[in-house]
Design a protein around this ligand. Sequence first.
Ligand code: ADP
Ligand code: MG
Length: 732
Amino acid sequence: MTAHLRQEAIRRISSSSERGKQSRNIQTTATDRLPETFGLYVFGDAVQRDRLPADVYTTLRRVIETGARLDPSIANEVARAMKDWAISHGATHYTHWFQPMTGSTAEKHDSFLEPTPQGGAVLKFSGKQLVQGEPDASSFPSGGLRATFEARGYTAWDPTSPAFIRKGPGGATLTIPTAFCSWTGDALDKKTPLLRSCQAVSQAAVRLLHLIGDTAVHSVHPQTGAEQEYFLIDREFFKLRPDLIACNRTLFGAPPYKGQEFDDHYFGNISTRVLTFMQDLERELWLLGVPVKTRHNEVAPSQFELAPIYQSISVAVDQNMLTMEVIKEVAARHGLAAILHEKPFAGLNGSGKHVNYSLGTNTGQNLFEPGTTPHENLKFVLFLTAFLRGVDLHQDLLRASIASAGNDHRLGANEAPPAIISVFLGTQLEQVVEALMEGREQSRVPGQTLRLGVNALPELPRDISDRNRTSPMAFTGNKFEFRAVGSNQSAAYPCTFLNLLLADSLDYLSDRIEAHGGFSEQVVQEVVSECLRTHKRIMFSGDNYTAEWRAEAERRGLLNRRTTPEALADWASEANIALYERYGVFTRNEAESRFHVQNEIYANKIKVEATAAVDMAETIVLPAAYQYQSRMAESIDRVRGLLGKEAGAGQLTELTNLCQRIEQVQQAIEQVRATKRAIAQRGLHEAELAKAYCTDLVPSMARLREAVDSLELWVDDDLWPLPKYREMLFIH
Ligand code: ADP
Ligand code: MG
């Protein structure tokens, strides 16, 4: 790799962006067509009603809305309708789309084609093919489930998330969201536990609601809207960075002259090129039924965000996975590379995925909505209390659900929520909680006193103005926003654990109310007050970025698990396994397998990064430095030839400095190598290996990075082969 490729890339990008500015040819979807095209590629309610016999349609809707078992006899009808509809959109293939434990999605395509005995062919798709698939599961991580069980797995149609069409340049594919299990029934994916946890929280919520007299509710649905952050850089730069290609983040790169200190990117004017990309992206997502609503520039240069309107969790989690894929594809069409890693550029803001979470009832209420009547408020307070208790008791699970090598760069750095889990409620709500805890009447809000079930809560502002951007979990009016989730992570585990911890705490409250002899306002007041007093340490409204908070959190006994191996530690603890089993979310085997897989993924990521860093330093960085070294040596020789032996002293000092920096890189390379070798010799497995990488290898990679970045500032610009931060982030 030579420096001239980098310069050529800059030239090409600059000239094509000039051309782009001249033409300013922005296409927009005609606004009057948007309602028709929204969800055009989705086998959703309207198409189902249109294409299915009335009785089949009714049965299917019941399955979707209540999670009832699918009657196999309707599967053939649904499959036929789905196939005809898909073919009308140009589909030739179908695929069972699933979410293995790798964290991404997987698909294997089958064509509808079936040969006839006469030598011709017909297009076929049976109910059996719709309901169940059998991909070869042997190459997906199973975290030990494979050691004891049969390797094969099967995919099972998830009717709660609608099938859709994925168009490619050469045809279309009917894509069917599925769960992925082993033949022994173990979940091999992220979807199955999520669906189970939805059932668990629904049952627990309905139980509590019935207990307090809300008998009209028979199901409760967790709902989510996931805000997605990402970076965009020109594809030419991306292709010249082996680290971005292999690791999705830059392993080296000196800081740009100007980063985000002017706050001039956040909510700034969106450049024409990016806006054109966003419009194209939105059109595509709308066709796929993803209700994308907002778009804006984020804090770091070249960082952006989109957010959809919230939906039921299973659909929202699927659609977020799809959104991440579509972002990358559309970016490529625009000559851009979308980077979803949590920390692609050191020293600049990382990317998160804010998972907004609430519970909706079949009667259309949001259980985290403060409400306007005393009874609604009593309900709200109960659900709020359950949430606080759940987060406090299961900080470890929430922290584990967002642990990854990528997210380690964000959590704990002073730009994102810290690794300590706490809940921000806002001043007003915190006053309410305090009043409830003390069992006294709320007096601080003028004209208001608080007695549950009798009074309305003081009105809470919808758009809480003192909203805290530093909190990992913030109450934002009628939902909780889990802000510590990483941009590249599936929302499945965070949502699974939120559901689970709520199920557990809602049941706890029901148990307590029953133990007090059943529902009365007085009983609720007592139960809530006691529970809040026990768990008040989880509430924090101050600045979560400060050292004072870390010290305070430690005093409060809150967990602070800074790295992935630490954060994963209790994923499969006995207490947690008992909790999973009580709610049927994971079996012991499933929990243990996930513990292994998460550690394995972490270890593999670090290993690839270490390999790439050493290789790049040795084969790309050092050769450029050697070139500069000899250029300088020659130049000193020439100067001395002309001016005598003592001349060129300044240059000589510079050369000496350069040589020192080169040596530092060489030593750092050796250190990474030696560390890797030493760890390999210990023959460790998953969790232990992850720990060793984290404590030994990660710091040695950081030293290598420091040495390389300092070299970047010395070597002649025209010799440096890797696109620089100031170019990738600022030249579009
Ligand atoms: P902000 O950046 O201020 O947090 P956004 O509009 O970017 O706000 O994102 C808010 C997200 O929260 C959207 O995805 C939105 O659909 C989602 N949301 C709004 N209300 C709820 C709710 N009741 N339950 C779950 N998600 C919600
Ligand atoms: Mg937000």
